[in-house]
Structures are given as C-alpha cells and as structure tokens.
Design a protein around this ligand. Structure first.
Ligand SMILES: [Zn+2]
Length: 215
C-alpha cells in the first residue's frame, strides 16, 4: 500500500486519498524512526493486525512510503483499508495517541515554566543583592522605586508561573487517573474546544467563571 505521511501532526489519523496513496497524519516527528514506528502502530491498530505484520517496505526516510501487510487475505485487507479510508473503522489508537501527545505537551509547558521560575529567581536574588549593596541615600528616589517595582513584577510573574505549574500537575494527575477532560467541580465534560486552547484546564467554563467571580 502506498502511503503519504504528514509527520508531527496533532493526532494520528487517516486524512484521505492522495493520488494512489493513502494520506496519513502521524503524531510523531520524523526523527529516529519515530514517525515510522507510529505509522506501523497506528495501521496495525486500525486494521486489527499485530504490529509485527505491518512493515514499511520502502521510503523510510521519505514522506512517501510503501507499507506491506502479512497474515491477512488480500480481499479482507482491501475491505478493511476501504473502510478505514471512509472513516468507518474506529481509530482505536486515537485515544491513547491523544493522551500521549497531551502528556508531552503538558510536560513541555511544565519544563518551560520551570525555566521561567529559575530565571525569575535569579533576577530576584540579583536585585536583592544590588539593593543591599548600595546605600539608599546614594540613590535617586526614582531609581529605588524602579528597582522595587521590578521586584514586584518579578514576584507576580513567579507567583503566576507557580500557579500555572500547579495546574499542569493537576492536569497530568487527571490524565493518569482517567478524569482528564472532566471538570473537577461539577464532573461535566470540559469540551474539546476549551481543551484545545487550554489543555491544562481542570474546570469547565462555567465553574471557572464562578471561581473567578468569587475570588
Ligand atoms: Zn464544572
């Protein structure tokens, strides 16, 4: 089977037919064979085959690949492929795939926040040093006020970063225990649109608004 792969996609899915090839988006980067592995996993899962029976025959380093299948009658294979392309076969790997991608996205964001907090900490201790070294009498009032303001801004930024990190940890925990995508307060679905923008959301829009109003 000819396949045209779009690597680094948000999710792994069949996108349709591209000339004589099946177009498949793969939720993995084209590095170290990761996209190839994800493609084999997904096809095996969708077609109900052991992954050992799906093999990339050629095009390992290209977007255009030829995939071969074993252990399945040609007629049955064509039948399943046709249903897969029409979107009739449930992509069973999708939920797992989404969870994996989400986890990676949340961990990346967590890593970024960690760096931000470290930078702010460094700034803060530097500004503390600066202000203790110099006698306040040697400085213009405006300069002193500027330093104090900078410090306050840094403190607020750090507080926000820490709060965001707590929320990401909560979202990661929800991903593990299977409650991800459901509101912590009312238990209703948070909704794909909201999760797309705010993957770390742990409250639905209504509960989030209530919480903000009561703050
Ligand atoms: Zn709610």
């Amino acid at each position: 089977m000819g396949v045209r792969v779009s690597p680094s996609a948000v999710r792994t899915a069949v996108q349709g037919v591209y000339g004589d090839r099946v177009k498949i988006a793969v939720n993995a980067p084209p590095e170290g064979g990761r996209a190839n592995r994800r493609l084999v996993e997904a096809l095996a899962d969708w077609l109900g085959l052991p992954s050992g029976d799906v093999r990339i025959e050629s095009g390992h380093g290209s977007r255009d690949k030829v995939v071969a299948f074993r252990g399945i009658e040609e007629v049955e294979l064509q039948n399943r492929l046709a249903r897969l392309i029409r979107g009739e076969l449930p992509p069973r790997g999708r939920e797992m795939d989404d969870r994996k991608a989400l986890r990676e996205r949340l961990l990346e964001e967590r890593e970024r926040l960690n760096r931000e907090i470290a930078d702010l900490d460094a700034d803060l201790s530097k500004s503390l040093e600066d202000s203790s070294e110099e006698s306040p009498y040697d400085q213009h009032m405006a300069e002193t006020a500027g330093v104090t303001l900078d410090r306050e801004v840094d403190l607020t930024l750090e507080e926000n970063a820490r709060a965001a990190m707590t929320q990401i940890d909560r979202a990661l925990a929800k991903l593990e225990n299977g409650s991800y995508g459901h509101c912590d307060k009312c238990g209703r679905a948070i909704g794909d649109a909201r999760l797309e923008i705010a993957p770390f959301a742990t409250l639905c829009v209504d509960c989030k608004r209530l919480e903000e109003r009561n703050r």
